[in-house]
Design a protein around this ligand. Structure first.
Ligand code: FAD
Length: 406
């Protein structure tokens, strides 16, 4: 019987397993995950699940019984240690070997570390896993703690918002001049600065963190010579693709596992999907590694089809969302094209109810809707159309987006 092996316990892994069965594959499906949980999604870990508004059912992709019903073997709590593409075999940390006809590497990403003095003290944490979120929740849910977040990226900003909602004091320390400016540019980054300042966060930009101090646990962060007291320090300075298993197989790696648009790696019958993959994007004609929920889901589906020999290609427009306080946002577009783009706004930025469009050579390359809903499909249609658009019409709320894309 043919065996499809999936390494990883995140959304890409879960979506791939689901798709294998939906496409009618009736051979063996085995998922191997280093974490002790059934496959799960991470966005709630910094938002509703961390804050207590959502339970584990919002995190797990399926209850454990679903895997049994689908005839999917779930091996949790055990890491794959080596992959031998010539032998079509993966060795696990428990000493067993699993053979495969095709294997998917969906090993995700790991939080980037910051080798500051004091970073190993208890109370200095990162957030990636369900267990990380539980540990953070245990400290934040009572309220009244002082949280210092190092790095004003998406995860740091989301945790800050949740922690404020739970009644904690929060400071965010950021090296850049404007939070999220690397992702959004300065004008839109300022929207998020104002949001956090309005909610009482001590947000400091253009600062340098010297060290974390404490005797037997973190008690403060020294920033530009000033000591900021802290009960808890969250390091949120990005993630790196977890290519350790791929390295054992000698796969081609450069900022993730290199794949073609069908998510095939450089070794036969070895595929990669989600945060760990750096696929060639056929529309953009360049590599595009994405660290977002929607990408992990689409990539898991595409990889499963490719593993079955069904033609499939990861060619969608990247999509991302965030929720912080009362701000909800969706962003669709091509990050590499946003840096040089001009931002055109429809709506009211000060009221935080608007759509921002990034325009490059007259064309929309990205769009972000903030507290405006049911428009992201229209934004994507505009991007996909590749049409030259009059910025005045983009600004005009009376002109439907669909009409501009048609
Ligand atoms: P992961 O979810 O990282 O899963 C990889 C899994 O593989 C892990 O369980 C890991 O333990 C396992 N693994 C690794 N190596 C091995 C091995 N050798 N053997 C066995 N198992 C292994 N995106 C959004 O678009 N919007 C959001 O609001 C958002 N919020 C987020 C909040 C948080 C706190 C985090 C951490 C991420 C968030 N993201 C968000 C990003 C999104 O969750 C990721 O893009 C997504 O999790 C990637 O899924 P994945 O399956 O590729 O990898």
């Amino acid at each position: 019987m043919r065996r499809m092996l999936i390494i990883g316990g995140g959304l890409a892994a879960g979506a791939a397993a689901e798709t294998l069965r939906k496409e009618g594959f009736d051979g063996e499906v085995v998922i191997v995950s280093a974490e002790p949980h059934a496959p799960y999604q991470r966005p709630p870990l910094s938002k509703g699940y961390l804050g207590g508004a959502e339970g584990e059912d919002a995190v797990l992709l399926h209850p454990a019984a679903w895997y049994a019903e689908q005839g999917i073997e779930l091996r949790t709590g055990v890491a794959a240690t080596t992959l031998d593409p010539a032998e079509h075999a993966v060795e696990l940390a428990d000493g067993t070997t699993v053979g495969y006809d095709a294997v998917l590497l969906a090993t995700g990403a790991r939080p980037r570390t910051l080798p500051l003095p004091g970073h190993e003290l208890p109370g200095v944490v990162t957030l990636r896993t369900l267990d990380d979120s539980d540990a953070l929740a245990a400290r934040l849910r009572e309220g009244g703690r002082r949280l210092v977040v190092i790095g004003a990226g998406w995860i740091g900003m989301e945790v800050a918002a949740t922690a404020r909602g739970l009644g904690n004091e929060v400071a965010i320390l950021e090296r850049d001049d404007v939070p999220l400016s690397a992702a959004l540019g300065t004008r839109m980054g300022e929207v998020f600065r104002a949001l956090h300042l309005d909610h009482g966060v001590d947000l400091r930009t253009s600062v340098g963190v010297d060290r974390i101090v404490g005797s037997d646990r973190a008690e403060g962060v020294v920033v530009d010579g000033e000591m900021l007291p802290a009960d808890l320090v969250l390091i949120g300075v990005g993630a790196v693709p977890d290519t350790r298993l791929a390295e054992t197989a000698g796969l081609d790696i450069d900022n993730g596992i290199l794949t073609d648009a069908s998510l095939r790696s450089s070794a036969p019958d070895v595929y990669a999907a989600g945060d760990v993959a750096n696929p060639f994007h056929p529309v953009l004609s360049r590599r595009l590694r994405s660290e977002h929920w929607a990408n992990a889901r689409s990539a898991g589906r595409v990889a499963a089809r490719s593993m079955l020999g069904i033609p499939a290609s990861l060619d969608g427009i990247p999509y991302f969302y965030t929720d912080q306080y009362d701000l909800g946002m969706e962003l669709s577009g091509y990050a590499p094209l946003m840096a040089e783009a001009e931002v055109v706004v429809r709506g009211d930025v000060d009221a935080r109810e608007f759509i921002a469009f990034w325009m490059n050579a007259g064309r929309v390359v990205a769009g972000m809707n903030v507290n405006v809903w049911n428009v992201n499909k229209g934004v994507q249609a505009l991007i996909r159309s590749g049409r030259s658009i009059d910025p005045a019409k983009l600004r005009d709320e009376d002109v439907p987006l669909d009409a501009l894309a048609a």
